[in-house]
Ligand binder design. Structure first.
Ligand code: SAM
Length: 279
């Protein structure tokens, strides 16, 4: 009987984040195809798993796939793992999985952690839909074009980024997409985990201090661009405006400014609404 290709999610930091089923499968398969056998060895050692490993990374995936498929068609089962999280998600393995399907080998996912979903779940942005965009291009020009194409995306966008490019990416994002809210998740599940939700302009100053670590960003949709509040109804607004201006030390202009701040809207919006309310 043909074996099974198990696509096994592994922790993104905290070794406790692994399912019982993942551990059983890793124990039972003939061999584990791992992006980096040394990284995977730490997990296996922690759980006293002695299954042999073989490396499968972006540079040898194509050449190695035929021998792995041959082992599965001969009846052995294999687990595919990446360095962290869910294999194939911005990680190697897609070719092996596609080839397994083509050759009639059953593929079973063993679900578990993924930095993208972990960051999204704690961002406060997602309601139903989201877009996973993976890594942005590395060069600033290509990156700006890539970000521009996402500028009108109505769903939250999840982005992976390397630590030394995070500041440049946020700067390009501010330029191309405007100052919207971003959930920046750094070192999730690890000892120095940080999760902050701030306008891009605030984050740019802060990330200069963090050069190391793994980052996932969840960018809020244009509609959530740095939160704009809602003004009260016309009568209440006029009332509040009147209250402020009856004090002779508060000018009309100052009163508009106070109301804009109180309701987190532009001054012009308050002015227009008051003029309309008067009519
Ligand atoms: N397949 C993996 C997954 O499902 O999470 C992602 C692999 S991708 C090559 C690695 C990127 O994921 C990192 O560069 C970083 O952007 C993000 N990442 C991985 N671990 C993370 C963590 N603990 N906290 C935040 N982001 C992380």
């Amino acid at each position: 009987m043909t074996g099974i290709l198990y696509v096994v999610a592994t922790p993104i930091g905290n070794l406790e984040d692994v399912t019982l089923r993942a551990l059983r499968v890793l124990r039972e398969v003939s061999i584990i195809a791992a992006e980096d056998t040394r990284r995977t060895a730490r997990l296996l050692q922690h759980y006293s798993i002695s299954t042999p490993t073989t490396s499968l990374h972006e540079h040898n995936e194509r050449s190695k796939t035929p021998s792995l498929i041959a082992r599965m068609t001969a009846g052995e089962s294999i687990a595919l793992v990446s360095d962290a999280g869910t294999p194939v998600v911005s990680d190697p393995g897609a070719h092996l999985v596609a080839e397994a399907h083509r050759q009639g080998v059953r593929v079973e996912p063993i679900p578990g952690p993924s930095a993208a979903i972990a960051a999204l779940s704690a961002s406060g942005f997602a309601e139903t839909e989201f877009l996973f965009a993976g890594f942005p291009p590395q060069r600033s020009n290509a990156r700006k074009q890539w970000l521009a194409a996402l500028a009108d995306e109505p769903r939250p966008v999840i982005i992976y980024e390397a630590p030394h490019r995070i500041k440049g990416t946020l700067e390009d994002m501010l330029e191309v997409q405007g100052d919207r809210l971003v959930a920046l998740a750094r070192e999730l599940t690890k000892a120095h985990e940080q999760l902050v939700v701030r306008p891009i302009s605030d984050l740019i100053g802060e990330v200069a201090e963090f050069t190391k670590g793994e980052y996932t960003l969840v960018v809020s949709p244009r509609a959530a661009e740095v939160t704009v509040g809602v003004l009260p109804g016309p009568l209440q607004l006029l009332d509040e405006f009147g209250e402020l201006t009856k004090n002779i030390s508060t000018s009309r202009r100052e009163a508009l400014r106070i109301l804009a701040k109180r309701y987190n809207v532009p001054v012009k919006t308050v002015y227009v609404r008051i003029e309309e309310s008067r009519k």
